[in-house]
Design a protein around this ligand. Structure first.
Ligand SMILES: C[S@@+](CC[C@H](N)C(=O)[O-])C[C@H]1O[C@@H](n2cnc3c(N)ncnc32)[C@H](O)[C@@H]1O
Length: 318
């Protein structure tokens, strides 16, 4: 069972500090999880403010239903739908702050029984939203060697044995079905005889399948491409990433180098912490932070977290 506030929410103080909460504001928690961030945001909201929360996992939404607060609204949906949602509510461009805490929650790891962890022998499902799509084991059963290998390379950055493992999975799945996490682990370990120093040998394979099954990197890009439309001027985006693939997307997405900058006044061109140019609006990077030592000691899984904060700005034409 999922429970309210069971996740060790990352960098709570920093979330509150950098959301810059204002009176009568509109806020969004795009990854409600078990509500830790939402609860501290609610503590700081004025009576006429609103907090909209989203999560792909129906179990998370079921615990959101436990929060009885007239300022609080939940929706079972991906954060990629936020723009559509706001459009329908006539709130597009009116959001003052949004938090996106990527990755999976403690409840998903320990209580979902969906095979997110290699520590438990569970069905290899890995869908955050298990009301749509197909479980990971069925994808593995249908996929070609090339496709499996591509996922291990692209989303797990595993190259050395990935082709051999993909071939083995493909051939094994012709007559059997790799349905459980421990079956997959056994196969990976047939090839990875030497232990990695810092992480378990199977970590990156699990990460790769999860990212693929949930379309995680596309989701981040979609949200970032909508964010200028979603936020009000001076509205903030706080995004917490957990792996180098996510962090790279966030780092590069608003970088001026990746845009056609002909229409930008010269005095802006030398500022590196830019940009998404739409009607002279852009996203300025405010700061990038990591959890402090105490937090990492208390919550080991916070060690890979990177929090990036952006603010929507308007280009002032000289
Ligand atoms: C790390 S947890 C969030 C924890 C939360 N901040 C808290 O304090 O409890 C990540 C959550 O994001 C959800 N999630 C991941 N991708 C999502 C997406 N594209 N749209 C909505 N929710 C998503 C997962 O289902 C999971 O519940």
């Amino acid at each position: 069972m999922y429970t309210l506030n069971s996740h060790n929410s990352i960098m709570k103080n920093e979330v509150i500090k950098y959301l810059n909460i204002i009176n009568n504001g509109i806020y969004i928690d795009g990854t409600f999880g078990s509500g830790g961030h939402s609860l501290i945001i609610l503590e700081k909201l004025s009576t006429n403010s609103k907090l909209f929360v989203f999560d792909k996992d129906i179990n998370s939404i079921n615990i959101a239903k436990l929060i009885k607060d007239s300022r609080f609204f939940y929706k079972h949906s991906s954060f990629t739908e936020i723009k559509n949602f706001l459009n329908k509510k006539k709130l597009l461009g009116k959001v003052n702050g949004i938090i996106i805490d990527l990755g999976i929650s403690k409840d998903q790891i320990f209580n979902s029984k969906r095979g997110f962890t290699f520590l438990k022998n569970e069905i290899l499902d890995m869908r955050m939203d298990n009301t749509i799509g197909i479980p990971a084991f069925l994808w593995l059963k249908k996929a070609s060697i090339k496709d499996i290998n591509k996922v291990f390379n692209k989303f797990g950055e595993e190259y050395k044995y990935s082709k051999q493992i993909s071939e083995y999975i493909y051939n094994y799945n012709k007559h059997n079905t790799i349905k459980y996490t421990f079956e997959l682990i056994k196969i990976i370990n047939l090839f990875h005889k030497k232990k990695y120093k810092r992480i378990n040998n199977v970590t990156k394979y699990f990460q790769a399948i999860r990212i693929f099954i949930n379309n995680e990197l596309y989701n981040i890009k979609k949200l970032l491409s909508d964010i200028v439309d979603i936020l009000d001027i001076n509205g903030r985006l706080i995004i917490i990433s957990f792996n180098s693939l996510e962090t790279k997307i966030i780092k590069n997405f608003f970088n001026i180098k990746n845009y056609n900058i002909n229409n930008i006044p010269l005095h802006y061109k030398d500022k590196r912490n830019f940009i998404n140019i739409k009607n002279n609006l852009y996203m300025k990077k405010i700061i990038k932070l990591k959890p402090n030592k105490e937090e990492i000691i208390k919550n080991k899984s916070s060690r890979s977290a990177i929090m990036t904060i952006f603010e929507k700005k308007m280009i002032l034409l000289k």
